[in-house]
Write a protein that binds this ligand. Structure first.
Ligand code: PLP
Length: 468
């Protein structure tokens, strides 16, 4: 296959160049009608913003350019089939759960999954069996569940219909997933993988392997996170005897727009071409540049740089007492914007291109270090006590939750009650309290500490909905 070819993008460009006259949606009429002050920014993208016209194919029943572009992606990523997504990995995570499980089915799920996975569980009305991640002291956060925890859950819940895992984590940390996938397959259950942060893993060494190449049945990747694709553009790859492609297509059709964005779809075609045509020298230059950035960000008096499996993820771990939010703010004031700030870590993502702004970054690191002595100290957060059970089911089923009345109480009054809403610091979007879980004192302590450190949580008014 010639991976320089971009069938969907080329079809759209060719269509635009043929000078079509629009008597159809969208209302900007191929870019003719657009407010002048915004035109400069939107002009070129509007040329591609078409609808399902003859020759432009249909995402929900593709036979032409979209089908060809999807099959080229499947070829590069080594999937049996690839679906293009315009609703982010969020849409993929919802679809993969809905397509494999029915209401009342048990599903084994990593406890620290993204909220889109949690929403998929609720939408499909399954009975989740949560498996706890280990607390990895080397990176000072919860990472992945151990093989033993997974084995125990499989053994206790032989009737589960699927296992949902996340690999890598937001910070590029991977784990020995092959053994886990093989173990799950001995029970004839599919492995559904949220690989939102790993689209570039198919480039091969020095990146870790993709779960798709290690036997996962369904793998969802946000192309927009690490590859040059537009925000929301994602892939759902399938390689499975256990999951039905037709069911997946049906749910994707329900979840995604009936007017999917062609610029987003074309950007997936381009992202695949970009990844597939990278040379070893390009990868070397990028990882070399990432090491340089890592060295620049090295400021051992103020923070350490955590180990990672993905060379493009650079995580600063604050010295105790320093709020990561305060440091991130100092960088932002110098026009340097990291990806993610937790209470004690800041994630910088290096792109798939050598970094050019070395001097501004060096100056910023120095200036942030100089200003650090003026910052307040904060109490440390006992986050290691957040998850106490290695295998956990919810106190109520989603069906029961739907029918139960709830009330709003203060966080402290909530202790001992069952949460009627999840508490999710964002980013990274991983719940501290699950909807349907009994609220404990450590939960509340952690939430208060997170709020104090400026972490973004919806429950800012210190109240929470609980079932009565
Ligand atoms: C682990 C994980 N899964 C899924 C998602 C959702 O991805 P998207 O933004 O492509 O919908 C995210 C978003 O940050 C994520 O971190």
């Amino acid at each position: 296959m010639n991976h320089r070819h971009t069938p969907l993008f080329q079809t759209l460009a060719h269509f635009h160049n043929s000078g079509p006259i629009s008597f159809h949606v969208p209302g900007h009429k191929n870019g003719l009608l657009f407010p002048a002050n915004a035109r400069e920014f939107f002009d070129s993208i509007l040329k591609l913003d078409m609808t399902e016209l003859p020759g432009l194919d249909d995402l929900h029943a593709p036979t032409e350019a979209i089908a060809e572009a999807e099959s080229m992606a499947a070829d590069f990523f080594q999937a049996d089939h690839t679906f293009f997504l315009v609703g982010g990995s969020t849409a993929g995570n919802l679809a993969m759960i809905l397509a494999t499980c029915s209401a009342g089915d048990k599903v084994i799920v990593q406890r620290n999954s993204h909220k889109s996975v949690m929403n998929g569980l609720e939408l499909s009305g399954v009975r989740p069996v949560f498996i706890a991640p280990e607390y990895d002291h080397a990176v000072d956060r919860y990472t992945n569940p151990s093989l033993n925890t997974l084995r125990k859950a499989l053994h206790q819940h032989l009737d589960a219909k699927a296992v949902v895992l996340t690999y890598p984590d937001y910070f590029g940390k991977t784990y020995a997933i092959k053994q886990m996938i093989d173990e799950v397959h001995t029970y004839d259950m599919p492995v559904l993988m949220d690989e939102a942060h790993g689209v570039h893993f198919s480039l091969g060494s020095p990146f870790p392997p993709s779960a798709l190449n290690l036997g996962a049945d369904v793998v969802v990747q946000s192309a927009h996170k690490m590859a040059p694709a537009m925000t929301m553009a994602s892939f759902l790859h399938m390689k499975s005897e256990l999951v039905s492609k037709e069911r997946m297509a049906r749910f994707l059709q329900m979840i995604q727009s009936s007017s999917p964005s062609y610029p987003l779809l074309a950007s997936l075609d381009i992202a695949r071409m970009f990844l597939a045509t990278m040379e070893a020298e390009d990868v070397y230059n990028i990882t070399h540049s990432a090491s340089t950035v890592r060295e620049i960000l090295h400021a051992p008096d103020n923070w350490e740089i955590l180990p990672t499996d993905d060379p493009l993820k650079i995580t600063l771990h604050m010295k105790s007492g320093i709020a990561a939010k305060d440091i991130a703010y100092l960088f932002e004031r110098r026009n340097i914007y990291p990806e993610l700030v937790t209470h004690n870590q800041i994630l910088f993502i290096h792109g798939l291109t050598p970094f050019a702004n070395v001097y501004p970054l060096k100056n910023a690191v120095k200036s942030v270090g100089d200003q650090l002595k003026n910052l307040d100290n904060h109490a440390t957060i006992e986050i290691t006590k957040l998850i106490t059970q290695d295998i956990q089911e919810l106190a109520l089923s989603y069906q029961e939750m739907n029918q139960s009345p709830y009330k709003q109480v203060s966080l402290h009054e909530g202790i001992g009650h069952i949460a009627a809403e999840a508490v999710i610091p964002y980013p990274p979007g991983i719940p501290v309290i699950l909807k349907g879980e009994q609220i404990t004192r450590p939960h509340i302590k952690i939430i208060e500490n997170l709020i104090e450190r400026g972490v973004n949580i919806q429950q800012k008014d210190l109240s929470i909905r609980v079932y009565t």
